[in-house]
Design a protein around this ligand. Structure first.
Ligand code: AMP
Ligand code: MG
Length: 393
């Protein structure tokens, strides 16, 4: 197969990944990062009632008042009080921030702007009707659409839902994901490694990423470089999962069996992308599960997971908006070859600076990078030119 453009690879993933249709009701305090399956509709107006924006004095006079005006203090309204007393023109009431303002209230004067005498206040500044009053329904009205299916729940969504007396949110079931590292040289941390073996950094990293991207890891282990072992692992995983993510064994080496295993068990939608790092990436389907096969070098697996595994999970969750990209100045001159490149960069003074370690076997830059910056193929990038970046989080 010929190399396909990375944007085309993303489009294939987005169009072929199957959306999860099952939903779950999730407690608000466990809902952060989940994808909504039902709209959040306003149950009542916000603000719920007219209330004071300041600590001061509610004023019951529906005309502009000049500095020097004297008003009688006729009562007190603390936050949480529901006043029963009626107030009229020429009167004021001590009020605190968030205090309920009766409809007869015209405005609230900041306490810093009044002189307080025994039973009266004198305005130090003029006061206009509406000043310092948070009017009922000015943020949104009962029935308003606050969040939509496909929105990802953030702390702000939780604040908004809680303010509307929601205790639970209806969310899309997390796509079940199996994660496999492959390679005869790979040993699970905790087991002993011979001098020629290395510890598995991909599966632990990919498990973390899958969770950040909104998936649920159902199993994670190392599979040997054997056609049969891989076939067995993928066949079993495809029956239990929405997504399979593998690392290693997808290139052109004699023991890179994954392309032929996926081909045998299902369909390969693409293999090999015009991308650095990440040329050997494969995307396919086995039964009801989609499969993303990533290269084994940890930095390649990391970059390609951010691009392709994230895209698959976003599509499965029915997410409205893909993880945001931004435009940023990239410091340093670089020239790319025939493939698009993603550089691991750190943010410094509002610019992206290419991390000193770009080798695909490296792991330190994965920890230290703040963003991935895209430089298209055959580009002579001049320091300071704007590029698209993916913020890592
Ligand atoms: P592969 O894609 O299988 O050819 O592997 C490419 C390189 O990445 C080799 O040097 C592997 O030893 C290394 N590698 C593969 N899988 C892992 C892993 N899970 N953790 C760390 N390094 C790995
Ligand atoms: Mg290998």
């Amino acid at each position: 197969m010929t190399l396909i453009a990375y944007q085309q690879a993303l489009e294939i993933i987005r169009s072929r990944s199957k959306t999860v249709s099952e939903t779950e009701t999730v407690e608000l305090d466990a809902a952060v990062g989940r994808c909504l399956a039902a709209p959040v509709i306003a149950q009542f107006d916000s603000p719920k009632f007219d209330n004071s924006a300041v600590d001061g004095y509610a004023v019951f006079h529906h005309q502009d008042l000049a500095a020097g005006t004297t008003l009688r203090i006729a009562g007190t309204i603390a936050a949480g009080d529901l006043p029963t007393q009626t107030f009229g023109p020429g009167e004021s009431a001590r009020v605190f921030t968030g205090g309920y303002l009766p409809r007869s209230c015209a405005a609230a004067a900041m306490q810093e702007n009044v002189d307080v005498h025994d039973k009266t206040i004198v305005l130090r500044a003029s006061l206009t009707p509406g000043e310092n009053v948070r009017k009922q329904g000015t943020e949104f009205r009962t029935g308003g659409l606050l969040a939509m299916p496909g929105d990802v729940v953030g702390p702000g969504t939780i604040a908004c839902a809680a303010s509307q007396h929601f205790q639970k949110l209806v969310c899309v079931r997390k796509p079940k994901t199996a994660v496999f590292s492959t390679g005869d040289e790979i040993v699970r941390p905790g087991s002993s490694a011979s001098d020629s073996q290395i510890y598995d950094s991909n599966a632990p990293m990919l498990c973390a990423l899958v969770q950040i991207f909104g998936g649920e890891v159902s199993e994670s282990r190392i599979v040997r470089d054997s056609f049969h072992a891989l076939q067995e692992a993928l066949q079993a995983a495809s029956e239990q999962n929405d997504l399979i993510v593998t690392a290693g064994g997808v290139s052109v080496g004699d023991r890179d069996y994954l392309p032929s295993v996926v081909e045998k068990l299902g369909v390969v939608h693409f293999h090999k992308v015009s991308l650095k790092p990440g040329k050997p990436v494969l995307f396919g389907t086995i039964g009801n599960a989609d499969i993303v096969c990533l290269p084994g070098n940890p930095a390649s697996a990391f970059v390609c997971a951010h691009l392709f595994v994230r895209a698959a999970l976003e599509a499965m969750l029915g997410q409205n908006r893909p993880h945001p990209r931004c435009t940023i100045a990239l410091r340093g001159d670089v020239a790319t070859g025939n493939r698009d490149e993603f550089f691991r960069c750190v943010l410094q003074d509002g610019e992206a600076v290419i991390h000193g370690e770009q080798a695909s076997f490296g792991v330190q830059s994965l920890m230290q990078a703040d963003c991935l910056v895209h430089v298209p193929a055959k580009t002579h990038h001049k320091s300071g030119e704007l590029r698209t970046a993916i913020i890592l989080r």
